[in-house]
Write a protein of this length. Sequence first.
Lengths: 125, 125
Amino acid sequence: MTQQIRDVVEQYVKLVGTGPTESIVELYAPDATVEDPAGTPVRQGHDAIREFYSVFDNLDRSTALHADTVRVAGNHAAFMFDVVTKVGDQRFTLTPIDTMEFDEQGKIIKMRAYWSQDDMRSEPI
Amino acid sequence: MTQQIRDVVEQYVKLVGTGPTESIVELYAPDATVEDPAGTPVRQGHDAIREFYSVFDNLDRSTALHADTVRVAGNHAAFMFDVVTKVGDQRFTLTPIDTMEFDEQGKIIKMRAYWSQDDMRSEPI
């Protein structure tokens, strides 16, 4: 199970950077919840999750997992990764910690992302 | 609130390294829960939390917060830190990711620690 969870984490981070949205949605169980960032309203189910990730579709973006931060404990995982987006002549880098809970099939049933605007760095390209 | 949460995270990591146990317990709300590591039975309330942390009392230990990993979002925080223990002529280093949820008074109401034996490093002193 640990390796399966680790694989899903790697796929997740990669897909957030490349899409397609539908492949991200498929990593989630049908009634899964997403709270991103933590403290904001929870989105539940594939439709709401699809809507959330589809905002990335038109962004010039890339991602990188901080592989040495991946922690798997039971059916839970936590990890840090970079999301880099380019808007105009600026590059924005956000580095959240995400936590995930998995079902017995290795589908994500709960995701929560820990970040705030304070964690956003910007620099000219 | 963000700065208050950040302060509690710093105090928490420091106190896990130095004690006393009672000062750690006081960071928690009376009916708080601790799940450490994730996937193991949840401990609830000050008595259970005191019992959990008191096992550290007799260990030769130290801690270090990875300050650049602290993420605060709403009433939630996530962070990575080292726990170093010395047993005989070996030094063991565990680097978990912890998540915490806080009440309006800045007390921890929920803590979950993400780590497994796979994340434990040992080296001769």
